[in-house]
Design a binder for this molecule. Structure first.
Ligand SMILES: *Cc1c(COP(=O)(O)O)cnc(C)c1O
Length: 400
């Protein structure tokens, strides 16, 4: 049998080195649990960056996928298919937006929102040709395309990738005065994460989402929320903006919309904004394919039927209370919403990555962001007992 180390060596030899994974090689999963090739069991506390909210290999999603595989998988949008319309209708009903535009990955969803905002700026707001400005936040994470990394403030993301796409302005996160100051007559949109996930689960001050909603409205600027990581019950609401009832003009979704088996993303907006797209102005070969539609449709139903929003709220509060009992003077913050939680350590103390390696040994898979933060975001289908199991191990590793 091939060992974990041999698989890791093979990846190293034949694959690009654009990741620094925890050295575990997984080959099996069920619900919130995963197993490595040696048969050791772990609680997955990352859930593919919140793409597996419904749990690994959720049987309802596997059934929808397999039934659709027996019928039709890909048509492109050159033809209609019998799954897209019903799925778009469901997306509109679940989110409260009038229209949906399906893509595949989160970054494509972001690119779609940016194109939509620029088109709206030129076609509706009357911004002069090529003058549109979009405001984003420091420490953002919106994906990896060349335009998106161009407005990242993380050197790993943007270095050696220039020249950056023009037309973006970066302001501090959680700073409404900076937003008001940055807006000009050419500003078409403000794009922001309701909680900054990759930055280390940065939760903005209460009222921030409401305030940016007001500012954008008052200035005729579109508000874009990137809910790729925070959406679909992760933070205790179907979407994170619902904590403050701050409905954006464009919402970007991805990750858990694919139920952990298939990439499905897209944007939602009302027709006032969405009608800027006309045939030929945007598209994707795989976007809106019938397999994606049935998977995403089932993924949505599971979130609703199993009330995973309420579960995330309840279990998240329970888990965060437990994490706050960990005795380690290097911990400066335990924060989060729902089951999107982080422990932050003082800078220049033990690296978060080293804690993650010890957690792995004990059977808990979590991933550090930067040097100082560990994120915990298990599948929302786990139980209190699963969390107790994990906490016992986390406490052993982190408590001094
Ligand atoms: C993961 C993520 C993306 C990018 O999604 P991909 O599917 O990796 O392209 C965009 N925005 C946020 C907030 C994310 O967490």
């Amino acid at each position: 049998m091939t060992s974990s180390q041999e698989f890791i060596d093979m990846e190293h030899k034949y694959g690009a080195h654009n990741y620094h994974p925890i050295p575990v090689v997984l080959s099996k999963a069920e619900g919130p649990w995963v197993w490595d090739v040696e048969g050791k069991k772990y609680l997955d506390c990352l859930s593919a960056y919140s793409a597996v909210n419904q749990g690994h290999r959720n049987p309802r999603i596997l059934k929808a996928l397999s039934d659709q595989c027996d019928r039709l998988t890909l048509t492109s949008r050159a033809f209609h298919n019998d799954q897209l319309g019903p799925f778009e209708k469901k997306m509109a009903e679940v989110t409260g937006f009038e229209a949906f535009l399906p893509m595949n990955t989160g970054a494509e969803g972001v690119e779609t929102a940016l194109k939509c905002a620029r088109r709206w700026g030129y076609m509706k707001k009357g911004v002069d040709k090529d003058k549109a400005e979009i405001i984003v936040c420091a420490e953002n994470f919106h994906g990896r395309t060349i335009t998106i990394v161009g407005f990242s403030t993380d050197p790993d993301a943007y270095d050696h990738h220039g020249p950056a796409t023009p037309g973006f302005k970066v302001i501090p996160y959680d700073d409404t005065a900076a937003l008001e100051e940055a807006i000009t007559p050419n500003t078409v949109a403000f794009m922001v994460e309701p909680i900054q996930g990759e930055a280390g689960v940065k939760v903005p001050s209460e009222g921030y989402l409401t305030k940016v909603r007001q500012i954008c409205k008052a200035n005729n600027v579109l508000l874009i929320f990137d809910e790729v990581q925070t959406g679909f019950c992760r933070t205790g609401k179907m979407f994170c903006w619902q904590h403050e009832d701050a409905k954006p003009d464009i919402m970007i979704v991805g990750k858990a919309l694919g139920g952990g088996v298939y990439p499905v993303s897209g944007i939602l907006a009302d027709w006032e904004v969405m009608d800027v797209f006309t045939p030929g102005t945007h598209g994707s070969t795989f976007g809106g394919n019938p397999l994606a539609c049935v998977v995403a449709s089932e993924a949505l139903d599971i979130l609703i039927d199993e009330k995973l929003d309420e579960k995330a709220t309840e279990l998240g509060a329970y888990f965060m209370d437990k994490l706050r009992t960990i005795n380690n003077p290097d911990i400066i913050d335990v924060r989060g919403k729902g089951l999107l939680i982080a422990i932050e350590f003082k800078p220049n103390t033990k690296h978060a990555h080293d804690y993650c390696l010890e957690l792995m040994d004990k059977g808990v898979l979590a991933k550090d962001t930067h040097d100082t933060t560990i994120r915990f975001a298990p599948a929302l289908v786990l139980t209190k007992e699963d969390l107790d199991w994990a906490f016992e191990r986390i406490d052993k590793v982190i408590s001094v």
